[in-house]
Design a binder for this molecule. Sequence first.
Ligand code: NAD
Length: 313
Amino acid sequence: MSMNRTGTVRRAAVIGSGVMGAGIAAHLANAGMRVLLLDVVPQTLLPEEEKRGLTLASPQVRSRHSQAAIGRMVKAQPAPLYEPSFAARITAGNLEDHLTALSEVDWIVEAVVERLDVKRSLFEKVESVWKPGTLVTSNTSGLSVAEMVEGRSEAFRQHFAVTHFFNPPRYMKLVEVVPTADTDPAVTALLAALCEERLGKGVVVAKDTPNFIANRIGTYGMLVTLEEVLRYGLTVEEADALTGPAMGRPKTATFRMLDLVGLDTLLHVVDNVRDKSSDPAERETFARPPLLEQLVAAGRLGEKSGGGFYRKI
Ligand code: NAD
């Protein structure tokens, strides 16, 4: 296989325009790439859309998720090297209408919901238009990399790996690159170089184990903190004061971080380690905290839904 050098990766597609997809798209645009940002087609109208006389076929409705993502990116506080005008490099839309455009990009980044079944069927769809040479990566927090592309062609699997960005992607330095046994070593090397040289990240190549390295430790830390907070009757603010500024993490104290990550996403990540473990003690450690389940059931997913532990201002 002839591999492009990092400079020739000019066009990217990001599938999933949620918390991470929007941030990754902004970061790639910031690095000079043209980006297609795609999401699913909404199945129901919002009350305000109904009032405006829109239908499910209206372009505004069909690309609702992606338009909202662009809004979030532009409003976000500018980071060093970030220009709001770079949003013009991003074209937003829905996957259904833009599927064939995936054959024209150099790199496809998947950032949809953390569920193996959803990601597996998405990669099946992507493969139907994929052209050899195009890199394909997943932003999964720790699902089995090999299982995501089981059943795909050998050529597709050779071009596939995980590029796990952290939240928020513009600020967080780390990217875990996780190849499978089938990933072409040249692809792993290219992805690492791309993330380091073009995107300014620090790369760790990790093994395909549940939650890789950073989330295995980070998720455990969040669960233990939550348990201790409940045991000692601390308030969310007290816990964040102790795990935030006092530790040099003003913006990433435990509960602020949980709201930023998304409580539903955290539950998926916790489920993944538990479901893959045969060690009873570990399965107990990674049990779903009932408090998180209650908040998610009440629609309090974190910042993306208007509030989680904190109310969104
Ligand atoms: P999110 O819930 O904010 O967004 C997911 C988006 O995917 C939604 O907009 C949804 O409409 C869309 N989607 C769902 N199914 C789709 C499909 N079949 N085709 C196209 N779009 C689809 O989730 P997120 O927090 O952005 O997480 C995305 C991925 O990144 C997950 O794998 C997650 O584990 C991983 N991740 C999340 C964080 C974090 O802090 N939230 C950090 C690192 C990695």
